[in-house]
Design a protein around this ligand. Structure first.
Ligand SMILES: Nc1ncnc2c1ncn2[C@@H]1O[C@H](COP(=O)(O)OP(=O)(O)OP(=O)(O)O)[C@@H](O)[C@H]1O
Ligand SMILES: [Mg+2]
Length: 226
């Protein structure tokens, strides 16, 4: 098995054209080890989210290559890219992106819509995932009835729905107090122990310190890893 799970070669991302163009990434080459906890750090506006979106196939580079598990993403049609994403990668976004009108268990089920599982199987799997993140008793609560840390756990349960090998998170502890943050970090390290690769954008240096692999982005380029 290849011990690099994600690789980029000179990945470049420019938004817009001409004088209005923003050079968000100016040529990034990196390799993320399989099973690692990797943190992406750097100042605001310097390209961290853009990089995470390229690594997860949510967006395509303007030039250069991105490879996930040996598959070159730039060669894939949109439908094949979407299918690779849903099989291999779970995403957790900064503001959780939970659907307000759905219960906790229904929010987790939304990630399984295209998996071919029956409704009953989806519900069972969703409850299993909620148990895994310690939220069984909140299955029927709406997001507005949950704390920030609990909502974050729902977002993580949803990201795990299809048992992805890679979990990508953009500032997952951005809105949490230090206790909730420590709980999420414990949960993430437990998932790493189960073999998942974690890629996290964070401003939190305490968390970044726990990562085995640090990627620092400045002005669209990588700095020497600290
Ligand atoms: N969809 C877009 N269209 C145009 N410009 C964009 C787009 N997304 C990001 N940018 C620009 O690209 C640059 C990098 O943005 P990015 O979101 O990657 O930064 P970031 O490091 O994640 O910042 P933050 O820490 O504030 O989240 C910024 O100048 C931003 O304004
Ligand atoms: Mg960002």
């Amino acid at each position: 098995m290849n011990d690099v799970i994600i690789r980029t070669e000179n990945a470049l991302k420019t938004y817009g054209r001409g004088p209005a163009a923003t050079h968000a990434l100016r040529g990034v080459s990196l390799a993320i080890p399989r099973g690692s906890f990797t943190c992406i750090v750097g100042p605001s506006g310097h390209g961290k989210s853009t990089l995470m979106h390229l690594l997860g196939g949510l967006d395509r580079p303007t030039s250069g290559s991105v490879e996930v598990d040996g598959i070159e993403l730039t060669d894939l049609a949109n439908s094949a890219l979407a299918s690779l994403r849903s099989q291999k990668i779970g995403f957790v976004f900064q503001f959780f992106n939970l659907l307000r009108h759905l219960t906790t268990v229904e929010n987790v089920e939304t990630a399984m819509m295209f998996t071919g599982l029956s409704e009953k199987q989806q519900a069972a799997r969703a409850r299993e995932l909620l148990a895994q993140v310690g939220l069984s008793e909140k299955a029927n609560a709406k997001p507005s009835e949950l704390s920030g840390g609990q909502q974050q756990r729902v977002a993580i349960a949803r990201a795990l729905a299809n048992d992805p090998e890679i979990l990508m998170m953009d500032e997952p502890t951005g809105n949490l107090d230090s206790v909730a943050e420590a709980e999420i970090l414990d949960l993430l390290l437990e998932l790493q122990g189960q073999g998942k690769t974690l890629v996290m954008v964070t401003h939190n240096l305490e968390i970044a310190r726990r990562a085995q692999h640090l990627i620092e982005v400045r002005d669209g380029r990588l700095c020497q890893a600290a």
